[in-house]
Structure formats: C-alpha cells, structure tokens
Design a protein. Structure first.
Length: 292
C-alpha cells in the first residue's frame, strides 16, 4: 500500500508470484510504503520521490508475527502431550490393570485442562475400574461395612454406587479439577535412576509434592485438597450413622497421603517390571517408551 503524506492511501497493489510489485503515476513528494502479509509483521518504508524519478526499493523481508509463533508453539506442545497420553493409556500392570497416571518420560509436556479431564475420564470408564469397584463393594458387603445399606442385592447396589462415586469424585477432583485450577500435573513421574535410597525418598516425597505445569516442583495441593473434598462430599450419600465428622475426614486425608506414598514406592520399584508399555524409556526419546 502506498501512503501519501497525511496518511491518505492513494494506491494499493498485490505482489506477483516473485514477490515484486510496482506503482505508476505517483506524484512527486514524500511517501510511505506499507507492506503487509497474513501471518507476518508489517513493515513500513519511507522516502521522497523527485519529479521524473523512477525509484526502486531494496528487497524487503517480513518477520513472522510473534502472536502466530506463540500459537504454533502452543499447538505443537498440545500435540506432543496428546501423543504422550496415548502411550500412558497403553500402560497396564500385567497387561490388565490401568496405570495411566504414571509418566515414564521425565520431561513430559504438561497437560492442558482438556487433557487432564480426558485422562480422568478414561480412568473412570475403564472396564477394569468397574470390576475393581465391584470387588470393593463385595468386600464391604461381606464385612457388613456401612451397615445402614443393609444386605442383599439392594445393599450391594448401594455399596457399589457409593464406592464408584468415591472413585469418580476422587479421580476428577484430585486428577482434573484442582490440577486445572492450580496448574499442577496429576501424574507420578517415574525416576528409575540413582540409588535405591534416593529413589525411595523421591517416591515418598511425591505423596506431598508434584510438578506444576511450569515443570517446577511444588506442594501437591491438588491431591491433598482432593482427598479432603472427596471425603466431605461422601457425607452426602453414606448412611447417616456412617458419615465421617470433620476430624475423621482429616484423618482419612492423612491416611490417603500415606497410601499415596506406598503406591509411589510400588510404582517406582515394582510396577515397571509388570507393565509392558511404558516400563522403560529410550534415552533421548521424549514420547515413545520402549517395551522391557
């Protein structure tokens, strides 16, 4: 676009396939050339045209617009994270039990909100999850836990519903809702290197710390607050005489932290031996775990 003094756009042309363009019948005097292209930062060239002069402008190179670069980088990270999630969703202990919340890629790309909810959803609706919840409800029925539910098919159904609600609420609050709000990563990052002592301390520490979406370690508020929230919500559907008071809810949260520490130790030392997918990562490969 050719701008005359005062900002009036007197002429506008489109470059040819070689990137060349020209203006004709330009009146003498001060002028500005404004060069624009989609996805690039605009550039302005100023000059003065004398009477009878034919002016050739030096080649002009446009820089890629910053905003476009950021979007492209962001899209690339989302795609890499999605590929890493696909690998995680292949991880099953003994080829059966889902082990989706463990990353064997130490520098895995942080998950966005959609991906955190996707991982929680896939875990919740996995067929094995329904079977495990059913087993828990069966044990509760055999021990007559939560006796307010009674016995028989009706009692089992109530126990199953309550157990599945506990599992779903805990998974979504601690693994998706709070991690999204607090910008934390809900996964356990397998260490696999160093002395057994350092790995054990790492596993224990991960019960109370986690990686943030900025890849820095921080207190695991998502897991701890998630346990408290899930315990509080469960009071809405458990039999009145079996509902937990505030004190017991906090006690259960502490027990949950201890259980997480124990689970992390198992993840660090035992599970990789029985997980066909993701049990070992090739050096320099950021996305595809090698089978053991």
């Amino acid at each position: 676009m050719l701008l005359r003094e005062g900002g009036f756009a007197s002429q506008e042309v489109v470059s040819d396939n070689d990137g060349q363009f020209s203006f004709t019948n330009v009146a003498p005097g001060a002028f500005q050339l404004k060069i624009t292209a989609a996805g690039f930062a605009q550039k302005i060239f100023s000059g003065t045209l004398r009477p009878g002069e034919f002016r050739t402008v030096d080649p002009i190179a446009l820089a890629v617009a910053t905003a476009v670069t950021e979007v492209e980088v962001s899209d690339s990270q989302v795609e890499v994270a999605q590929e890493q999630i696909k690998e995680q969703e292949k991880q099953r202990v003994l080829g059966v039990i889902p082990n989706f919340y463990v990353s064997y890629v130490p520098d895995a790309v942080p998950l966005n909100t959609k991906q955190k909810f996707e991982l929680a959803w896939k875990t919740t609706i996995d067929p094995v999850s329904f079977v495990l919840v059913g087993a828990i409800a069966g044990i509760q029925q055999a021990n007559n836990s939560f006796s307010g539910y009674g016995q028989g098919a009706q009692g089992y159904g109530k126990r199953y519903g309550a157990s599945f609600a506990d599992f779903t609420i805990g998974t979504f609050i601690g693994g998706a809702v709070l991690p999204s709000l607090l910008k934390q990563d809900p996964r356990y990052f397998y260490k696999g290197t160093g002395t057994r002592r350092s790995r054990a301390l790492y596993a224990l520490a991960n019960a109370v710390i986690c990686k943030g979406d900025n890849k820095k370690w921080q207190p695991n508020y998502s897991s701890m607050l998630g346990s408290l929230a899930a315990g509080g919500i469960s009071n809405l559907y458990y039999p009145a005489k079996d509902r937990n008071g505030a004190r017991l809810t906090f006690e259960n949260a502490l027990i949950g932290i201890g259980a997480s520490a124990g689970a992390n130790l198992i993840e660090e030392f035992l599970v990789p031996k029985f997980t066909p997918k993701g049990s070992k990562t090739k050096k320099g490969d950021a996305g595809t775990p090698a089978s053991r």
